[in-house]
Design a protein around this ligand. Structure first.
Ligand code: FMN
Length: 329
């Protein structure tokens, strides 16, 4: 075993974060970890998860659990998914290639952001793991459709669009303006009909919006407030999860992100109806600290914690987590 691998196997997420900080320039570090303006929503994502408690259930004789799930038709070893990132080249020189290799090692799905250092084709070819291509809501809709079609040809298993990132990402007072534009219901339908692949809408936090995405025939919705990087003061994603699951029904797969750091957090989301959980900043920490190996380690750490939590909550399968294993405070 190489010394780097040996050190990684004993890592906690806090240690990974500390190791990442030593490798990143201060402005990049702040850009990755921060949230909009007062960071109320960034904090609320965590606080809302902490308010939900798991039931400890011990008298059941359960010895083995399975973290396997199926997302967008793909069988995965874990419901933990790599979130999409723009400008990840500033975190590690191997950028998206390392994200894909790390995801493959952990048996995880990866979302690939449109603003990438390399083509979707190269990322798909680099790793045998399902890649979901995730577009920006570009103002130029023709260019958006052309890019989506190119991703489709590259072998991605699904395509989608992040619909909340049209007023620019803002971290504290630092705004990154973008040439993006909000979607209307009709525009979303047009985009959906331009691909035959499963279609994902990322960045929904409101029931009406979720119903519009379902009406546009989205196959999956990512309940997300962009990790607290768009509208400061809006709800935490976990707070709205149950209502969105109930509103859209079983025809649309619901994924979620925002503040997920532990396997216990993931179990809470699965109990409230999510099929998978995207993880953002911790993946960047793993990438900065140790490239693909670091990414794999973060995914495996959270999955190992999930496995243990399932055993202690009497949940045999991550694909059918009962609602009553959590209490929402
Ligand atoms: C540095 C950084 C870049 C991001 N870039 C994108 C992006 O290009 N497209 C997108 O849909 N989401 C982007 N996001 C949001 C993440 O995909 C995800 O929704 C969020 O990070 C989840 O919250 P978490 O970091 O608390 O896990 C980015 C997040 C960060 C931290």
């Amino acid at each position: 075993m190489r010394s780097e691998e040996f050190e990684l196997s004993g890592m906690t997420l806090d240690k990974m974060k500390a190791a990442a900080q030593t490798k990143m320039k201060q402005d990049v570090w702040e850009w990755i970890n921060g949230g909009t303006e007062t960071e109320l929503t960034l904090q609320r994502n965590r606080a809302a998860l902490e308010r939900i408690v798991l039931k400890l259930r011990v008298l059941h004789g359960l010895e083995k659990v399975s973290t396997s799930v199926t997302v967008l038709g793909k069988a995965l070893k874990t419901p933990v998914i790599v979130a999409p990132f723009a400008h990840v080249g500033s975190v590690h020189p191997e950028a998206e290639m390392a994200l894909a290799k790390g995801a493959e090692k952990a048996g995880a799905m990866m979302f690939l952001g449109q603003v990438s250092t390399c083509s979707a084709k190269r990322v798909v070819e680099a790793a045998g793991t399902p890649i979901v291509w995730n577009a920006e809501p570009l103002r130029d809709r023709k260019a958006l459709i052309a890019a989506m079609n190119e991703a489709e040809q590259s072998g991605c298993c699904a395509v989608g669009v992040c619909v909340d990132d049209y007023a620019g990402v803002k971290v504290k007072e630092r705004l990154k303006p973008l040439r993006n534009k909000s979607f209307t219901a009709n525009e979303l339908k047009e985009l959906r009909s331009a691909t035959s692949l499963p279609f994902v809408v990322k960045g929904i936090i409101d029931i009406e919006d979720a119903l519009m995405a379902a009406d546009a025939c989205a196959d999956a919705i990512v309940v997300s407030n962009h990790g607290g990087r768009v509208l400061d003061g809006c709800q935490a994603s976990i707070e709205v999860l149950s209502d969105i699951v109930k509103a859209v029904g079983s025809g649309v797969e619901i994924l979620i992100d925002g503040g997920f750091r532990r396997g216990t957090d993931v179990l809470k989301a699965l109990a409230l109806g999510a099929r998978g959980v995207l993880v953002g900043r911790p993946i960047c920490w793993g990438l900065a600290a140790a490239g693909a190996q670091g990414v794999a380690r973060v995914l495996e750490m959270i999955t190992d914690e999930l496995q243990r939590a399932m055993l202690l909550a009497n949940v045999p399968s991550a694909s059918t987590v009962p609602r009553d294993c959590v209490i929402v405070g």
